[in-house]
Design a protein around this ligand. Sequence first.
Ligand code: MN
Length: 290
Amino acid sequence: MVNAASAARSVRRVVKGMPTSDGAGVKLRRVIGQPQLPDLDPFLMLDEFGTDKAEDYIAGFPDHPHRGFETVTYMLDGRMRHRDNHGNEGVLVPGSVQWMTAGRGLVHSEMPEQQEGRMRGFQLWLNLPARDKMTAPKYQEFGPERIPTATPARGVSAKVIAGRVAGVAGPILQPATDPTYLDLAIEPGATFSEPLPADHAAFLYVFEGSVRVGQGPEASTVRTHELAVLGEGAQVELSGVSAGADGKTARAILVAGRPLREPVAKYGPFVMNTREELQQAFTDFQSGKF
Ligand code: MN
């Protein structure tokens, strides 16, 4: 019998991103927050945006509200200007992270700071526990030089946005969900093998190449634009596939967090615990209280 606490996590299921558009018509791939995977407690949504065509992103995300959760924007390519109704403004450059705690509410825009060229990155929505939903809005924003890189094994590098790899800790602090967020590059044949808290929900999203997940007969291959929901275990083992068309350096994000196990009432950009709180969010937004 395999001891679940020491075994590497296997793939519980694989979900493909669903092409859609949001904001004023930005084309993106919705991976979490779509019918196949409505959520993965504590994660509410994952969008991958990636295109070389300006018409796919140029309309951006004009003013819209958020309440009750966090949005995490990680840019790979391109520049995005962020501006909110509390006077916060900044430009996200390639390799930067914006971890925004919406808390009791803000209204902001996220607009491309470029007319052409590639725009690529991720936006993850992470839930807040009931006790923190009405907290004051805040930002944890880090340029690329503030995101440390760990090299836990030969042929493996990990940008550590949140969590810890081989003694390297990421800059994000969020005690409620204690998140891990890694941007991994794994060469063919190389293996990333690291502990992950056994009680955390975890997923891997591959955005270049393919990754072999797990050990022995339990292992399975996850390909570009596929999300793997990971099963139980205190360890994760990921290998770069060395055969055929899959045999190039793989890139993937590995994300984990403590489930909140609380009721979720959500509608668009408001995520609360009850219907009454959702109605209050609408009322507060409409009366300008954000
Ligand atoms: Mn937003």
